[in-house]
Design a protein around this ligand. Structure first.
Ligand SMILES: [Zn+2]
Length: 249
């Protein structure tokens, strides 16, 4: 009987000696506001690092279950999520896990097709204005069923309320037509990226608050695509915004 824990310990040491310098027992206490990235660039670096841990199978923050009670207690006083993630409702896109971020760190809006409507944009404004989020990631993903449905409808109305998905992606198909000899999968992948970029731009076009903060360099809006197979998130350049012209009245 006593052999078992010894064997497990020996195996763990052998496996972990080189690649896991920080053992779970030494993991930091859960994050509070003081632990948050305090600039758009630092926020993006943090998400990139968390995603790299996820890809490598070395999540830390979301494996730190020994601190769950302390995490909840620390968060009862408020929240200061450093980033907003707008992504698809697809069950294969678990944003907190794939960025390895525990409760209190990401403010998330998920809707099929990651095409935020007015309430979605309002949610982003709330997080940025009242909670101090420094980064908005608008993240599509590979094999997106919503993009596929819109693509295959060819402009014909989808049933039920799905027409609103098409409305949310209006102009996507025209912006990114299928190339000669391009198969459906390749075209779909280009549409997924184009949709992320276009939704990020459209959100800024619809929000004076987000535009002003972006012009001031206090906020980055970054399109991204998550790859279901590799687990990797590809971030694109932050959307750049020209200062607004003087209002007419
Ligand atoms: Zn999707």
């Amino acid at each position: 009987m006593r052999l078992v824990p010894i064997l497990i310990l020996a195996t763990a040491l052998a496996l972990g000696a080189e690649e896991h310098p920080a053992q779970p027992a030494k993991a930091k206490a859960p994050a509070h506001a003081a632990d948050m990235p305090n600039s758009p660039g630092a926020a993006l670096t943090e998400l990139g690092a968390g995603n790299a841990r996820f890809v490598a199978g070395k999540r830390v923050r979301t494996l730190d279950t020994g601190h769950d009670a302390a995490m909840r207690a620390a968060l009862t006083g408020g929240q200061a999520p450093f980033a907003v993630v707008i992504t698809c409702s697809d069950s294969r896109v678990p944003d907190a896990l794939l960025f390895d971020q525990e409760a209190g760190r990401l403010f998330t809006i998920r809707e099929a097709g990651n095409a935020p409507d007015t309430q979605g944009i309002a949610s982003v404004e709330y997080a940025v204005e009242h909670l101090g989020s420094k980064l908005v990631v608008l993240m599509g993903h590979s094999s997106c069923g919503a993009v596929k449905a819109v693509r295959e409808a060819h402009g014909q109305p989808l049933p039920g309320n799905l027409w609103s998905l098409q409305a949310g992606m209006a102009g996507l198909l025209e912006s990114t037509p299928q190339a000669p000899n391009e198969d459906a999968k390749a075209h779909g992948a280009r549409l997924e990226e184009a949709n992320a970029r276009r939704q990020a731009q459209a959100m800024l076009d619809r929000s004076t608050l987000l535009r002003d903060l972006t012009v001031a360099g206090k906020l980055w809006v970054v399109p991204a695509v998550y790859n279901l197979a590799s687990g990797k998130v590809q971030f694109f350049k932050p959307i750049s915004v020209m200062p607004a012209p003087q209002a007419h009245h």
